[in-house]
Design a protein around this ligand. Structure first.
Ligand code: C2E
Ligand code: MG
Ligand code: MG
Ligand code: MG
Length: 282
């Protein structure tokens, strides 16, 4: 009876696994169809100079327009990576964002673009050529593009990913480490790959002023960036107090709901167009 019971449990477990696998495959199929049906879109979150509030760049953030509204990347990037869809999706994101920002620059806006990468993309065949091709096609100068990689990219994929990223940097593309400070080897990564920017994880900014250690770590990261000649961007600024603290620490760049959340391209046009008074060619 004992064995039967165990067997029963195994079967229940297997049935549950089966449902889960089917559910995942179905979701991956929906995502694939969504790409074909052009249901993905980009929002852009401004990166601002904390002193002047000038928008220096925008970060492209992907969304999926589902039947019931906008779905965020945390809901679908995992499955998109698992199924490999992230490779064509990532290329679409890059091309769409580069084209948009090239247009803005043609209207005389001095604005950069940041695009997030997933590790599957970086390790995909001919990734460097793809990026170079998109830049050539859209006319965006290489140094106007920053590619953001999470620390885990560097952790899990030492050799190949680092080599491709270094090659891209050789073409003039800028590199950023996203969510800096979350990995246990944040500092070691700076030795293995030369980067142009580090983005301080929002968890640090959230606890600024409340937690002495976090406050000290944040100011240390900012100083480190200054000493290395690496641009530091504070992410997730939500309050005036956080902004003031960051300014006092010498942090020059930031992103966050306080300044501007992610918005559609028209939102950026209204914001930056209103700021500079430059009419935008469409
Ligand atoms: P990330 O690259 O660190 O992007 C910043 C995330 O923080 C965005 O979430 C943004 O909406 C959110 N955020 C901005 N300001 C604030 C703030 O003041 N407070 C808080 N709490 N959050 C803020 P989102 O758009 O949901 O993106 C989540 C993550 O998904 C991104 O984190 C990035 O790792 C990934 N992701 C987004 N778009 C893409 C993409 O096009 N390609 C790839 N590979 N990954 C992407
Ligand atoms: Mg990012
Ligand atoms: Mg990221
Ligand atoms: Mg981040």
């Amino acid at each position: 009876a004992k064995e039967l019971g165990a067997g029963g449990r195994v079967e229940i477990y297997a049935a549950h696994m089966h449902t889960e696998v089917v559910r995942r495959l179905e979701f991956q199929t929906r995502l694939r169809q969504a790409l074909a049906d052009r249901e993905f879109l980009l929002e852009y979150q401004p990166v601002v100079d904390l002193e002047s509030s000038r928008v220096t760049a925008v970060e492209a953030l992907v969304r999926w327009r589902d039947e019931d509204g906008l779905v965020g990347p945390d809901e679908f990037l995992g499955p998109a990576e698992e199924s490999g869809l992230i490779v064509p999706l990532g290329e679409w994101i890059l091309r769409e964002a580069c084209a948009k920002v090239a247009l803005w620059r043609a209207a005389d806006w001095d604005i950069g673009l940041a695009v997030n990468l997933s590790v599957k993309q970086i390790l995909s065949p001919r990734f460097v050529e793809t990026v170079a091709g998109v830049l050539a096609d859209t006319g965006l100068p290489a140094d106007a593009l920053t590619l953001e990689v999470d620390e885990e990219v560097l952790l899990e994929n030492p050799g190949d990913a680092v080599a491709s990223l270094a090659e891209l940097r050789g073409l003039g593309v800028r590199l950023a480490i996203d969510d800096f400070g979350m990995g246990y080897a944040s500092l070691a990564h700076l030795r293995r790959l030369r980067v142009d920017e580090i983005k301080i994880d929002p968890s640090f900014i959230r606890d600024l002023g409340n937690d002495g250690t976090v406050t000290l770590l944040t100011s240390t990261i900012i100083r480190l960036g200054q000493d290395l000649g690496v641009r530091v961007i504070a992410e997730g600024i939500e309050s005036m107090e956080q902004l003031e603290r960051l300014r006092a620490m010498g942090c020059v760049y930031g992103q966050g709901f306080l300044v501007a959340g992610p918005m559609g391209a028209e939102g950026v046009e209204a914001l930056v167009g209103g700021e500079t008074g430059t009419p935008l060619g469409r």
